[in-house]
Ligand binder design. Structure first.
Ligand code: FAD
Length: 470
């Protein structure tokens, strides 16, 4: 018998032991309740700020049939349902109290189709798994910059990283998706089948069902020139970086950071813990151009230290891993901007100088290039004319520092808000009230609401940046 602590969403008593036992008996994966020795490990998610959350039951699905069983069970018993891919969502949507967590981490199948140039990957795959599987074929799917992040949540919200300017967002490379809907049906959506669902999941988050497998178009990328370059803070560095992006073409991606110098061996000790500017570059163009790109990066300003080298593509997605292990506290805010006027740059420099921890910082992700080939209404992801997606990211180890760090993020983002568009990238936000979600989607919100009303009219999938059904 499985002990569980499930309660209905209205707080009423959850399903009986027989019902839970019958669910568990049907699974190829596992059902983990609070009495199980595996429970504490199974309920852990990436952001330790949510370490106190206690789901009533965790289903670790092994296949699509398990997903159908868990979705149907949550719906029939009126349980809160948290769907989990890589568990990186900083808001804590991939866990809950008293409800059911559907964790796809056992679903790790990946198949590379070299003839079609596509990759099919199951919902529990991380970007590290993806890079591992695609690299031997000389392929890469545009993903995020930390290898432990799940492909699922990242793709459904948009997905930006080192190949964004060259290949577009992760969701732009989606060819089809296998999904289990709120009514328990299994569908495959693509441009021809369930096209409205396919439109909605490319930026609309986890609102529409559980994606059991994603099929992507792959880029041919094997190795890149990449890594960080740190500079003495100076507004001219930022302007030179903007000019370089415009000149170098879309094979250059380069994130800009206002942050604190880490105690890295390639940085002089005198700079450790001091405010710096940094560019994290990824040149996926010809190797013969490496020296030119490296020289251009070195010419952006006074370089304090750098660690640029040609590396296998998977490696560049691990550069932040060491600084951002599981178990840290995270509080983030986000906006998107068309440009950065001088007053905004001055505010970045002022607040960046107060970065409280070296794992924290404000990063500008360029989202021009291939992203701008689509129009705001082509997918649910709406920001097709903005140049930068900005993340104000607070990440620190000690819960005693929560107030100081969240206050820094809030003050920083508030200072920059006058220069921002109405919305922000949903995957970089920790506060997800309805108005901010609406503002983010702008003209796409009404269409998303119509899709939500069709595919999830009772809002079973509500632990996300929620689109309310009509
Ligand atoms: P989870 O917490 O497992 O899932 C997040 C949400 O996605 C869930 O609440 C659910 O609503 C939905 N979901 C998950 N799986 C499924 C599924 N199979 N079917 C349907 N819905 C599902 N974003 C970027 O774009 N680029 C980056 O470079 C980047 N770097 C990051 C680095 C770190 C350290 C962290 C913590 C986050 C980063 N992000 C980045 C943000 C990231 O996109 C979001 O946190 C995203 O939600 C992570 O997806 P996940 O599957 O790991 O998360």
């Amino acid at each position: 018998m499985i002990e569980h602590a499930l309660r209905r969403r209205d707080g009423g008593a959850g399903p009986g032991a027989d019902a839970v036992g019958s669910l568990a008996a049907r699974l190829r994966g596992a059902a983990v309740g609070p009495a199980d020795p595996a429970y504490d490990g199974a309920r852990t998610i990436y952001n330790a700020m949510h370490a106190g959350r206690r789901p009533g039951l965790i289903v670790q699905a092994a296949d699509v049939a398990d997903v159908i069983a868990a979705v149907t069970f949550a719906r029939d018993h009126d349980l809160a349902l948290a769907v989990r891919g890589g568990s990186h969502n900083v808001t804590g949507f991939s866990t809950c109290d008293d409800g059911l967590v559907l964790d796809l981490k056992r679903m790790k199948g990946i198949r590379v189709d070299t003839a079609r140039g596509t990759v099919r990957a199951e919902g529990g795959v991380t970007w590290g798994d993806m890079d591992h599987a695609t690299h031997p074929f000389g392929f890469a799917v545009p993903g995020g910059v930390v290898s432990t992040t799940g492909i699922a949540g990242l793709t459904l919200g948009g997905g930006m990283g080192h190949l964004t300017r060259r290949g577009g967002l992760s969701c732009d490379n989606l060819v089809s998706a296998d999904m289990v809907l709120a009514d328990g049906r299994f569908v495959t959506c693509d441009a021809e089948h369930e096209p409205e669902l396919f439109w909605a999941i490319r930026g609309g988050g986890g609102n529409f069902g559980v994606v059991t497998a994603f099929e992507y178009r792959a880029q041919q990328v094997s190795s890149v020139l990449g890594g960080p370059v740190f500079y003495r803070p100076d507004p001219a560095v930022f302007r030179a970086w903007e000019a370089l992006l415009a000149d170098a073409g879309t094979d250059l991606q380069a994130l800009f950071a206002f942050t604190m110098a880490p105690a890295a061996p390639f940085l002089p000790e005198a700079w450790h813990g001091k405010a710096v500017m940094a560019v994290v570059a990824c040149w996926s163009g010809a190797e013969s151009e490496d020296a030119r790109i490296a020289a251009a990066l070195g010419g952006l300003g006074e370089v304090i230290g750098q660690a640029l080298w040609r590396m296998p593509y998977p490696q560049i997605n691990t550069l932040f891993d060491g600084a951002l292990p599981y178990g840290m506290q995270h509080y983030w805010r986000a906006n998107v901007v068309h440009d950065v006027p001088d007053a905004a740059l001055a505010a970045h420099i002022e607040h960046g100088a107060r970065t409280p921890h070296p794992a924290s910082g404000t990063f500008l992700f360029p989202i021009d290039g291939a992203c701008h080939r689509l129009r705001p209404g082509d997918t649910a992801f709406p920001h097709r004319t903005a140049r930068y997606s900005v993340i104000f990211s607070g990440s620190w180890p000690d819960p005693a520092d929560n107030d100081a760090n969240t206050a820094w993020v809030k003050a920083y983002e508030t200072a920059l808000r006058p220069y921002s568009e109405a919305g922000g990238y949903i995957n970089f936000m920790s506060d997800a009230d309805d108005m901010r979600v609406r503002a983010n989607y702008g003209a796409n919100h009404a269409r998303l609401r119509a899709a939500k009303t069709k595919y999830d009219p009772h809002n079973l999938f509500r632990l996300n940046q929620n689109i309310l059904p009509a």
